[in-house]
Write a protein that binds this ligand. Structure first.
Ligand code: FES
Ligand code: FES
Length: 248
């Protein structure tokens, strides 16, 4: 476990602007969650207090970073049951993954729901799954749900070390699909959702390329590696039995 970073504290402050009625203090959350939060002291020192007598603003006591509501949260992440844990209402899912679970593979890119670098896989009870953007989705949306992150794809040994990558990860490497790799977790998750869907609903060979385009089109790669991502996913489709219904 790590402490909340200043970056997360700023994101939390923005998210909590919508919860001015909340009453729990930042200090009490630090106590409840047993973590260190580095932020401006809420109690002024005597000398600072004396100076503040003439400079304090009328609204100084209602800054949203200093008051918010905690709510219990439980979910299953990568097959592991999490919680219940007390989590600030409005905390984005990506910050919950990074700060509470130490799962830092999901990437914060735009932070505005555009680039899809931050997606995780949400598994439904009927066996289907969706990509969900964690930068614009609160952690509590996932309460009681099952989630997979990029850390779930490779096979690991008892020590947690990767011993074998998934077929999609292997094809991405074989095709040199990524450069800096920042967008790669999102592409791996998107491709995984697609391949799992094709196992249930095989695609016609004439529709392979348009199907890949539909599946990956929302993902932005700032290194512009799209062609090799698409080629790698096509390779997975053509070399995995049962994904193309009219395969020769
Ligand atoms: S970081 Fe979530 S969509 Fe860009
Ligand atoms: S490989 Fe760099 S952003 Fe896609």
């Amino acid at each position: 476990m790590t402490g909340l970073t200043q970056h997360t504290a700023r994101r939390l402050e923005a998210a909590l602007t919508a919860h001015p009625e909340s009453t729990t203090t930042l200090a009490s959350m630090t106590s409840l969650s047993n973590r260190t939060i580095s932020t401006t002291p809420t109690t002024p020192t005597p000398s600072a207090d004396a100076g503040a007598a003439t400079t304090a603003r009328p609204d100084a006591g209602i800054r949203p970073l200093r008051s918010f509501q905690l709510k219990p949260l439980s979910m299953t992440v990568n097959g592991r049951k999490i919680g219940p844990v007390e989590v600030p209402a409005g905390l984005p899912m990506i910050d919950f993954l990074h700060e509470y679970l130490d799962l830092t593979g999901s990437r914060l890119g735009c932070g505005q729901g555009i680039c899809h670098a931050c997606v995780v896989i949400l598994d439904h009870a009927d066996g289907t799954s969706d990509e969900i953007r964690t930068c614009i989705t609160g952690a509590h949306f996932f309460d009681g749900k099952r989630v997979r992150t990029i850390e779930a794809h490779a096979t690991r040994n008892a020590a947690g070390e990767v011993v074998e990558m998934s077929p999609i990860q292997q094809k991405f490497l074989a095709h040199f699909s990524f450069q800096c790799g920042y967008c790669t977790p999102g592409f791996v998750n998107a491709a995984t959702v697609l391949i799992e869907r094709l196992k249930r609903e095989p695609v016609a060979s004439a529709e392979i390329e348009s199907t890949i385009l539909d599946a990956l089109n929302d993902h932005i790669c700032r290194c512009t590696g799209y062609v090799r991502y698409y080629e790698a996913v096509k390779d997975v489709i053509l070399t995995t039995p049962g994904l193309v219904r009219d395969a020769a």
